[in-house]
Design a protein. Structure first.
Length: 230
């Protein structure tokens, strides 16, 4: 490349993210291995769980930034394949097992073993992981996950028994179609919702497309995230 050739920022970003992801994977594996050591105190287990949680959050943010950039440049690859929904949800739980075990959070999964869906497993996995992490942070002690077919859609729900979505998240949800109205000061919550909506909408079948829904349960008894895929 000569000094006059323009930089291909997309390639640089993709390469950097790949390197960061590899480093984060090694970090997460190291944390999990350290947590297996004998004679650790409860406080030490919790410290490793918190560190794992934060590293997972960084990993999600990096992937969201790359995916949103590629989407803006019309370069986001979507690989729609037949997938087992129960395996998708089991993988979701396994990613965050360390944090769950250290924080006494009860997770229930309601899904038929033979339920299948047609989606990009990696991207949908990132969407659900980000929402699940948010539920881990805000729930009191319970998270309920369910999946089922409804008409021409596959429906996935994540519910918690926390205080519900804060007002700024509900406001962001109403404006997700207007990218440049996105308020960066709201942090990862806004970025995660924007990412979820983009990925959901990229899943299309004939005249149908995916969508996300945010709802607060009555009397501030928790929140419910719904992902609908055609």
């Amino acid at each position: 490349m000569s000094k006059h050739d323009p930089l291909d920022f997309s390639t640089i970003l993709a390469t950097s993210v790949h390197d960061i992801k590899n480093s984060l994977f090694m970090l997460l594996q190291s944390i999990e291995n350290l947590d297996l050591a004998e004679n650790l105190t409860t406080e030490q287990h919790k410290s490793f769980a918190d560190l794992h949680y934060q590293a997972s959050g960084i990993n999600s943010t990096v992937m969201q930034l790359l995916s949103l950039y590629r989407d803006e440049k019309h370069q986001l690859p979507i690989y729609i394949e037949e997938n087992s929904v129960s395996e998708l949800l089991e993988d979701l739980i396994d990613r965050h097992r360390l944090y769950l075990n250290s924080n006494d959070i009860n997770v229930t999964i309601d899904v038929d073993d033979d339920l299948i869906g047609y989606f990009d497993a990696d991207l949908i996995g990132y969407v659900l992981s980000d929402i699940f992490v948010n539920a881990l942070r805000h729930t009191k002690d319970t998270i309920d996950i369910s999946a089922f077919s409804e008409g021409q859609f596959l429906v996935l729900k994540i519910e918690d028994n926390g205080d519900g979505f804060p007002k700024h998240m509900m406001d962001i949800n109403k404006k997700l179609n207007e990218f440049y109205n996105f308020n960066a000061s709201k942090g990862r919550s806004g970025l995660g919702l924007l990412f979820a909506k983009k990925i959901a909408a990229a899943h299309k079948s004939k005249d149908l497309k995916g969508e996300i829904l945010l709802e607060n349960k009555p009397n501030n008894t928790g929140c419910m995230f719904t992902l609908r895929l055609p």
